[in-house]
Design a protein around this ligand. Structure first.
Ligand code: CA
Length: 378
């Protein structure tokens, strides 16, 4: 008798979960579950009706195209999938706290979710850039492979556990552009004395090439470039760069984004808050994050060329591709920067080993797959 009851409960839990996680579950419930209908008054122990009202802080300006919009969509998906059990209020940068305080805010539990890019937290965790991008690193598809299937996520979780956080992949920009330049770059020597807005490890590589990285917040970049405070800036790719209006003031638009070859974006959850959630809400958050990971990259890939062509037509933007010798030199400097990072911080060394082994492995496969695919089609 006990066994029968247990079986009935299990089935009821399954169906209750189905009600929350699957679209069209009402059909399932009304169509075939007379057993649970009979016992409908009893709430199973595993599902609680407790409502969760969480705060998500982000590093993006409110409703920022793709990245901020995606956070709003994530909140809607979670609300819908949880049948309203979890509501997430999304705060853009500056609405609740400045964007660069998200990591600390979620670490302390002041907010339960953060959304940004791990390389913003390099000052706290030197290994962090590996989980966004490193110069001459892996592309979006390869980053997903390393993070989901190659041990990257375990390392990322190990790093963030020190801060009471659990990270999840939450998007990718794809290969970015090298940026907007007001002087021609024909040799590696042309980087000497170049003042450029470029974040992360790319800034260290630029320094090795004799340039100077100038920090500017998003809203200062345009004015700084227009007034000659900087000679160049990178941003993201054609869609976002068009919105920023850089094509109105810069002479040359260079490719490829050697410094950001597939920047992965992130969610980070307050570990205590996440671990206290019922399993189905944890699964909903993880599923919604994975959905956003796909959606963000799809948006970038779908829109970038449209806007590149638009800029070239409307404003006769001069699009250039860096000479192979320039890229070789930048790559050599990148190896020095990464080796210095690995030598200065043991955990960065551990992550770099994993990253390097995985990228060598996947590049070998790419030489038989993606590379031939592009040669065949371009
Ligand atoms: Ca960028």
């Amino acid at each position: 008798m006990a066994a029968v009851k247990q079986k009935a409960m299990k089935r009821k839990e399954f169906i209750q979960k189905g009600m929350i996680t699957a679209a069209g579950a009402t059909l399932l419930l009304s169509g075939c579950n007379t057993e649970s209908q009979k016992q409908g008054q009893e709430a199973p122990a595993v599902i609680t009706n407790k409502k969760y009202r969480w705060k998500m802080v982000t590093t993006w300006p409110p409703n920022f195209p793709v990245l901020g919009e995606g956070c709003n969509m994530f909140a809607d998906w979670v609300n819908n999938m949880s049948g309203g059990q979890m509501e997430i209020k999304v705060y853009g940068s500056g609405e609740l706290i400045p964007g660069l305080e998200c990591f600390d805010a979620v670490s302390s539990g002041a907010a339960e979710i953060g959304n940004g890019a791990s390389y913003y937290w390099t000052g706290k965790a030197p290994a962090a850039p590996f989980f966004t991008t490193v110069p001459f690193g892996m592309n979006a598809q390869q980053m997903n492979a390393w993070v989901y299937s190659g041990g990257g996520l375990q390392l990322w979780r190990e790093l963030y556990a020190n801060f009471g956080l659990i990270p999840f992949p939450g998007g990718n920009t794809g290969v970015q552009m090298a940026g907007w330049f007001n002087r021609e770059i024909n040799t590696i020597g042309d980087f000497k004395g170049l003042k450029m807005r470029i974040p992360g490890l790319g800034a260290k590589v630029l320094a090795k090439a004799g340039g100077t990285a100038i920090l500017s917040s998003g809203n200062e970049i345009f004015t700084n470039l227009e007034r000659g405070v900087i000679d160049a800036t990178e941003w993201i790719g054609p869609y976002h760069d068009y919105i920023m209006g850089f094509h109105k003031i810069a002479r040359y638009y260079y490719a490829p984004g050697w410094h950001e070859t597939g920047s992965m974006l992130e969610f980070f959850f307050n570990m205590k808050a996440f671990n206290e959630l019922p399993a189905h809400l944890q699964a909903i958050l993880e599923t919604a994050a994975a959905r956003l990971n796909i959606w963000v990259l799809s948006e970038f890939e779908a829109k970038n060329n449209e806007y590149l062509v638009k800029m070239m037509k409307e404003d006769k933007v001069d699009v250039r591709i860096f000479d192979r010798e320039i890229l070789k030199a930048l790559k050599k400097y990148t190896e020095e920067v990464l080796n210095e990072l690995a030598a200065s911080d043991p955990f960065s060394g551990k992550v770099y080993d994993s990253y390097l082994a995985f990228s060598e492995n996947i590049h070998n496969w790419a030489s038989f797959s993606e590379k031939l695919y592009y040669e065949m089609n371009l």
